[in-house]
Design a protein around this ligand. Structure first.
Ligand code: FAD
Length: 526
């Protein structure tokens, strides 16, 4: 039987390595490629304007590629469970295809839609292609639990074997018998909205440094892979948080929206490595993609992964509620130029380097402001182009030493850390031009500059630029003690109810040192 099929684009906004799309084209007479602007995922309080712009770029690019296959993209607004029954009837749909998505909301949404599809006699086909590996298989191989350490994770992967090779994008021959019936009013009724249509004030928008879309993703991948020596020598800790142009690939927004297949990325790196000496995980480019898989597996296997409460691997910490501090951090007015420059770059461009994320995340949580990592997670989700549920939650837990990483006594200094790779403070000058006339000696600590220097720089601290909201040397020591207590309580709690211990509950031997070992270790600062 020839099908009338909806291919539901959600993430996976691409034609290459899209097995669910290929499944849609099999025995197909009519194809409806659909993207749903689901108000639960896409609303203006969750998603900032830069990410909206990126998404619209992805949809335009997708529509453009579909046109080359004599098809079009239909953008539909509404809740999927309300939209689909109408579309099934309107188009007399017999098959629905989509890429598997492991986020909790997506799983429950897809379950509901699958039930509705079956009620309408619609066959459902889904394929795994957002991650390199099948997350359920990883968890199964690890006795039903998410691996809690990278090493354990890699051991499981070794047992599973090499990832599948990506498949090519459909060619015009694959769609020669397939039609996409479109009305003359397609653009008006089912076309891609503009930012203005979505209620955004575009006058505040900055330069579009990272345009969305599959073509740009593949171009960027080619550009990065052409630097063979760089790819082979890539070691993440050696890259810089504050270089003026990015020191890593900035492929994350493309991978997050699925404009770039992670499998394609993986195999392209493998090709570059062929016959050459190269770096290894966890620091290599392959290693970075494995971190992504690691956090995806954690997001699948650990309940309440994006929360502190009810999350069995997350240390319970008595974070403060401090709206003033949180707003100062979010709005880049902490009075600490390195932190404020990073938060400005994030707000303006939607991407910051991994180690810059380390600096501001540590500062917000255990380092200085003692605010719950969930608050930082929300701000990142809103501002990052690459906002990704599992990666965001996992990395915030790491940085706040709530899970995965336990050396809470290693705190990033908001002054010394940036200086390591940018003595002159050029990065600060770029993002905080107000401070650009400060001599290098004071650029990281302008409050220490004599009044005459501040006057000469045309910026008086306390008037034109804020005084630091915290004294790092004092507050970070106090916070290490608070963290010590949280860890001590964690070990008492798990001693009282051993079955509740995060590590035991996951059935995985922890690589990290025991709490006792850590408490005995001399407090160190980075
Ligand atoms: P590269 O170094 O070029 O790495 C290649 C790819 O590997 C990336 O595109 C990304 O898909 C993956 N990757 C790299 N580092 C990590 C990592 N630590 N964890 C998981 N995957 C990784 N990344 C997101 O994509 N979305 C998020 O919401 C997100 N939130 C974060 C929150 C915090 C507090 C921190 C510390 C990190 C977060 N990261 C997140 C991880 C990481 O910072 C970014 O993936 C990376 O900086 C993206 O830049 P890149 O593409 O140049 O990375």
């Amino acid at each position: 039987m020839a099908h009338t099929c909806i291919h539901w684009f959600r993430k996976g906004l691409r034609l290459h390595d899209n097995p669910a799309l290929m499944a849609a084209l099999r025995d197909c007479k009519e194809l409806y490629p659909v993207f749903i602007l689901d108000p639960y995922l896409y609303n203006n309080t969750l998603v900032g304007i830069n990410r909206w712009r990126f998404l619209i770029g992805c949809l335009k690019d997708l529509d453009c590629s579909l046109r080359k296959l004599n098809s079009r993209l239909f953008v539909v607004r509404g809740k999927p469970e309300e939209v689909f029954p109408k579309l099934f009837e309107k188009w007399k749909v017999t098959k629905l295809t989509y890429e598997y998505d492991t986020e909790p909301y997506s799983l429950s949404r897809d379950k509901t839609v699958t039930t509705l599809a079956k009620e309408h006699g619609v066959e459902v086909v889904y394929k795994i292609s957002h991650t390199i590996h099948d997350m359920d298989r990883i968890i199964e191989e690890n006795n039903g639990k998410a691996p809690l350490t990278y090493n354990r994770f890699r051991t499981i992967l070794k047992a599973i074997g090499n990832p599948k090779k990506p498949i090519p994008a459909p060619a015009i021959e694959d769609t020669k018998d397939v039609k996409t019936p479109c009305s003359e009013n397609h653009d008006k009724n089912d076309g891609i909205p503009t930012l203005e249509d979505l209620g955004h004030d575009t006058t505040t928008l900055g330069e579009e440094k990272f345009p969305g879309g599959e073509q740009e993703a593949l171009r960027r991948l080619d550009e990065n892979m052409a630097r063979k020596d760089w790819v082979c020598k890539f070691e993440k800790p050696q890259t810089s948080p504050n270089s003026l142009s990015p020191s890593t690939t900035v492929l994350s927004p493309y991978v997050a929206f699925g404009c770039l297949s992670a499998r394609t990325f993986w195999w392209r790196v493998t090709e570059v490595y062929q016959g050459k000496k190269h770096s290894e995980p966890p620091v290599s480019l392959h290693g970075q993609l494995l971190w992504r898989e690691f956090y995806y597996a954690a997001g699948v296997g650990i309940p309440n992964f994006d929360k502190m409460e009810g999350n069995p691997v997350c240390t319970q910490v008595d974070w403060d509620t401090n709206p003033e501090y949180l707003a100062a951090w979010r709005e880049a007015r902490t009075g600490l130029p390195f932190i404020d420059a990073i938060m400005t770059q994030l707000r303006q461009e939607g991407w910051i380097h991994h180690l810059a994320r380390h600096a501001v995340a540590c500062f917000l949580t255990r380092g200085d402001l003692w605010i719950n990592w969930e608050e930082g997670q929300k701000v990142f989700e809103y501002l990052l182009l690459d906002g990704d549920w599992a990666l965001n939650a996992g990395n915030w837990q790491w940085l706040s030493a709530s899970a995965f990483f336990h050396q809470y006594f290693r705190v990033y200094s908001p002054v010394a850390f940036g200086k390591k790779t940018d003595k002159n403070g050029d990065y600060i000058k770029k993002y905080l031009p107000l401070l650009k006339k400060f001599p290098a000696q004071y650029i990281y600590e302008p409050w220490k500059a004599p009044r005459s220097v501040q006057q000469a720089a045309g910026c008086i601290v306390g008037k034109d630029y804020p005084q630091p909201i915290v004294q790092h040397e004092v507050i970070s020591k106090k916070n290490i003690q608070r963290m010590k207590l949280a860890y001590a309580k964690r070990s008492t709690d798990s001693a009282e109810s051993p079955n509740e211990s995060p590590s035991k509950k996951q059935g995985v031997k922890r690589k990290a040192k025991s709490v006792i070992d850590m408490l005995q270790k001399k407090d160190k600062k980075e």
